[in-house]
Design a protein around this ligand. Structure first.
Ligand code: TXA
Ligand code: MG
Length: 332
């Protein structure tokens, strides 16, 4: 398949034409990758079962792993579910549009393959002009997982999508890097007390401020964590070590014949001597934004192992550590 690639550089130049062309492909039952504020998504018309099945095929995703329906208004969200609990209304008020996905009781409007046959549906309103315009043009929800090959790090640039999926999808809208860089927080809202299934930029602490009680039982095997995730090309080790100890480990591994890469905040990376390195930035927000680019940077041609800094396990640090631990083959 020939993958059409559009570039949107300025919102007022070719924006309308690109949205029209991409929406036309969606209406014809094709899949199109598009940016959101978190990561790039791989979209199809959420009401068209045959179209949604093409998403699973293109990214080689297990068919029992359900997708998020992306909406452009609160009204469109309400059209997909049986009821909206009061605490969800409060979260919507505070964080929508934004990186928060609600799992609610489905009323069956979305195609069966979106929900993988469950009686619940995951819904979110992305905070990105391209995503919102595309949903508006389609006049209905877009089902979309992250636009990576299953098991690979989520894409935060159009080039990441291109490397994983060119030739397997009908279109790709390139609108530059995504802002947040980690996927949305997923929260199960089918119970009296909501339960976090996946952490994102909206933290546990932030949600507690709005609605009080929120559960997060990390030991529970949810659908979000039973699949392989974020697999880098080379083994990644998380290091809970001082700078000096990390440098010692680098030296030791090099003596054993390994080429060693380092991944971490600027101040961490700049003080280490290694075979290759990737700077994640100065703040936790920058670390989140650049993390998946860092995972994808280290290839077998460059290094044999990557040592990744660990971060304090709270707030956005907890979200970042969740991704790093899923990518890691060892924790030291
Ligand atoms: O930021 C994001 O969430 C990105 C952008 C594109 O919106 N999307 C994304 O989708 O990360 P995906 O498919 O990679 O992750 C969605 C997660 C999966 O772990 C899936 O198992 C879970 O949401 N999920 C979807 N529907 C669900 C449901 N009905 N019940 C429980 N979990 C569900
Ligand atoms: Mg994903």
């Amino acid at each position: 398949m020939n993958t059409k690639r559009w570039e949107i550089t300025s919102l007022n130049q070719n924006f309308t034409r690109v949205i029209e062309e991409a929406a036309r492909l969606l209406m014809e039952g094709e899949v199109v990758a598009f940016p959101t504020e978190t990561v790039y998504g791989l979209g199809a018309d959420a009401k068209n079962d045959a179209a949604v099945r093409k998403i699973f095929k293109a990214k080689q995703r297990p068919v029992d792993n359900p997708l998020i329906a992306h909406v452009s208004s609160k009204e469109m969200l309400a059209e997909l579910v049986t009821e909206i609990p009061d605490y969800v209304k409060r979260l919507i008020e505070q964080y929508t549009p934004g990186p928060l996905t609600f799992v609610l009781k489905s009323n069956g409007t979305c195609a069966e393959s979106v929900t993988a046959g469950l009686d619940t549906v995951a819904v979110r309103m992305p905070d990105h002009p391209v995503a919102l315009a595309l949903i508006d043009k389609l006049q209905g929800p877009i089902a979309a997982p992250s636009a990576n090959l299953s098991g690979r790090p989520s894409p935060v640039t159009a080039d990441h999508v291109w490397r994983d999926l060119s030739g397997a999808i009908a279109g790709l809208i390139d609108a530059g890097s995504t802002g947040i860089g980690v996927e949305s927080t997923v929260i199960d809202c089918t119970k009296e007390i909501p339960n976090i299934l996946r952490l994102g930029a909206i933290t546990e602490e932030a949600m507690r401020e709005v609605i009080g009680e929120v559960n997060f039982d990390e030991s529970v095997k949810t659908r979000s964590n039973q699949y392989k995730h974020y697999k880098p090309d080379v083994p990644l080790w998380v290091v809970n070590l001082s700078l000096e100890e990390t440098q010692d480990l680098i030296e030791q591994k090099r003596k054993e014949g390994f080429r060693v890469g380092v991944l971490g905040k600027n101040e961490f990376v700049s003080q280490l001597s290694s075979d290759d390195h990737f700077y994640l930035g100065d703040t936790l927000e920058e670390v989140a934004r650049n993390l998946f680019s860092g995972f994808r940077y280290f290839t077998k041609e460059k290094v044999d192992i990557v040592l990744c800094q660990s971060f304090p396990n709270k707030g956005l640090g907890k979200t970042v550590m969740n991704r790093i631990e899923k990518a890691a083959s060892r924790i030291i």
